[in-house]
Each structure stands twice: as structure tokens, then as C-alpha cells.
Design a protein around this ligand. Structure first.
Ligand code: CUA
Length: 330
């Protein structure tokens, strides 16, 4: 679904790279591409030559067929083709394994550490902090500083997912109970769309995320804003906000969602402490606007059939207040 307000810049393109790791993969892709083009062209040329040669020969010869064994020229050509094929495959193997070992190089010790956990069908994103209360928890949006190593630890809560951000790195599977690691350095600022690349159920196609690469100061500012608890709704706040927060806390929302700084501490659904700061909703399915948030609250199953979020039957006034509260969680 391409919703209005969708950022065209966030389309995926593995050939428009933004990291040395993705550049290695892109170069390897071109090596394979041109090799395949050369092989195809050679096969096509020799096929045409063989057909032309056959046409010049008499169609049938009279008399008994005498088997004189293979022609010496044919033996030489077949041997040469076999050797060329083996050398080509060897060359591709060397190119592929040298790219693989370059990608496997360990990140720098001061790399930004991020934990991403695949869920049904969204991405839990954590920036571990010490003490644990300093850990930043968010969803479906990864911010990284430009020019610094980023190391992402991957795990899954349910089935096998796979994280793929084509501009930044190759795919890496998220296997329950077997953490893996993905690292890259973003070399230019931008918003890069990632995608689950392993079929994981009904809404596999709606399991996206955004990676936002930004200058170091902006990244640090974002991280400290995310670390802060939700803004406190004081008794002087608008009645809309106060009612909205009460609806949120007294309804079923806190059973699944957490909002730090309030009693809501659910852990099974995306953390909403700073939900209004995120660009997209429902794992990069909808732009985060009041209209889309309203649609999502009313009937998530219509947008993402099978999602664990149940529909919320709310009166128009309740919906307005709840939305005002959620949109205040910047
Ligand atoms: Cu997660 Cu496909």
C-alpha cells in the first residue's frame, strides 16, 4: 500500500548504496551481472554460428553410417569450454568469498550497539544503556549516526524473520534463540527503508522499518529525547489530554503497550513513550498522521489482517481524546 505522504526517497535500491558494506555487495552484483552477460552473449554467438554451419552442410548423406569417433576439433572445443567454465566459476567463487570476508570484519569497539528483535509483524528496537533504566526502547525506526560503526544484534521472539536494508547491508536472518549480528557504517544521511526478507506469515509484506542516518549531534539529541520518559500530563493540561491519558491507562492499552513515566508497562507490543516522534505506524505500513492513527485504532485488522492489535470500539469523543494523548507523546 502506497499511502499519501509516503516518502519517495525511502524506496529500496541495492545499487544506490550508502555504506561500504552495501558497496561491496553492489560491486559483487555487477561482477556477476557482467559475467552472466558475457556467458549469455558467447552462447548466443556460438549457437548462431553452429546453426549457420549446419545449414551449409548437405542435409543427408547416402550409404551406411560409419562411426569414426569424435572429431579432434570437437574434442578441443569441448575441453576448452569446460576449462573456461571451471575458471569462470572459480573466479566468481573467489569474488564472492572475498566480499563475504570483507562483510564479516568485526565492527570497531566504539560501535553504536542496537538490539533488534523480530515480532509478529514489527521490529522491537533497543539501544542498551547502563544502568538498564537508560535503555532506549522504540519500534520500527532505527536511528544511526553517519560515519560511525553500527552493530545490530538480531533475535526473534517467534519465527525466523530476516532484516534487509538494501542501501546499507545484505540480509541477515533473525532466528529465535540464536542471536546474530549485522554491522555497517552509513556514509551519507538519509532515510533507508528496510524490509523483512523471510516469509513469516500473513503480514510478512507489511513488516518494514526505517533506518534514519543523521549527523552525530542530531543522533545524540534523538537518543537522549527517546531516553526521557513521556511528558507528564499535569492537572493544568487540556481536558482533552487528561481524558485521553485516562482512557489509555484505564482501557486495555497498557496490557500490551508501555509508556515510560506512566503505569503502562506492557512489553508485548510497540513501546509508545515517544510514538508521535516516529515517521510511520504499524511497521512502516502507514505514515504517522492523526488520520492514519485513527484508522489504525478503529480497525487494525482491516489494515493488517492477523495483527495482534484488536479493534478499539470508541465513541467519537473518546477517539478524539485518545488521539490527542497519543499525538502528544513526542
Ligand atoms: Cu518477518 Cu517476514
Amino acid at each position: 500500500m502506497r499511502a499519501p505522504g509516503w516518502d519517495e526517497r525511502a524506496l529500496q535500491n541495492a545499487l544506490e548504496v550508502a555504506s561500504p558494506q552495501a558497496a561491496g555487495i553492489r560491486d559483487l552484483w555487477w561482477v556477476f551481472f557482467w559475467m552472466a552477460v558475457a556467458v549469455w552473449a558467447l552462447v548466443a554467438v556460438f549457437t548462431v554460428l553452429a546453426l549457420a554451419r549446419r545449414r551449409r552442410r548437405p542435409q543427408y548423406s547416402e550409404g551406411p553410417v560409419v562411426d569414426a569417433g569424435p572429431e579432434p576439433a570437437l574434442v578441443r572445443v569441448t575441453a576448452a569450454a569446460g576449462i573456461a567454465t571451471a575458471l569462470t566459476l572459480l573466479g566468481l567463487l573467489v569474488a564472492s568469498s572475498s566480499t563475504g570476508s570483507a562483510l564479516a570484519r568485526a565492527p570497531a569497539a566504539d560501535a553504536v550497539k542496537i538490539r533488534v528483535t523480530g515480532q509478529r509483524w514489527w521490529w522491537l528496537v533497543e539501544y542498551p544503556g547502563a544502568p538498564a533504566s537508560q535503555t532506549v526502547t522504540t519500534a520500527n525506526e532505527v536511528h544511526v549516526p553517519v560515519g560511525r560503526d553500527v552493530s545490530i544484534e538480531l533475535d526473534s521472539r517467534d519465527v525466523i524473520h530476516s532484516l534487509w536494508v538494501p542501501e546499507l547491508q545484505g540480509k541477515r536472518d533473525l532466528i529465535p534463540g540464536h542471536p546474530s549480528e549485522l554491522h555497517f557504517v552509513a556514509t551519507r544521511p538519509g532515510t533507508y527503508r528496510g524490509q523483512c526478507a523471510e516469509f513469516c506469515g500473513l503480514q510478512h509484506a507489511h513488516m518494514g522499518l526505517l533506518v534514519i542516518a543523521e549527523p552525530a549531534e542530531r543522533f545524540e539529541a534523538w537518543l537522549s529525547a527517546q531516553r526521557a520518559p513521556a511528558p507528564v500530563i499535569t492537572p493544568d493540561a487540556s481536558s482533552e489530554l487528561q481524558r485521553g491519558q485516562q482512557l489509555f491507562l484505564r482501557g486495555s492499552c497498557p496490557l500490551c503497550h508501555g509508556v515510560r513515566g506512566t503505569p503502562a508497562s506492557g512489553l508485548v507490543a510497540p513501546d509508545l513513550t515517544h510514538v508521535a516522534s516516529r515517521a510511520m505506524l504499524a511497521a512502516a505500513t502507514l505514515p504517522n498522521t492523526p488520520e492514519h492513527l485513527g484508522d489504525w485504532l478503529r480497525d487494525p485488522q482491516r489494515i493488517k489482517l492477523g495483527t495482534l492489535m484488536p479493534p478499539q470500539p470508541l465513541s467519537a469523543q473518546d477517539e478524539k481524546d485518545l488521539m490527542a494523548y497519543l499525538m502528544s507523546l513526542k
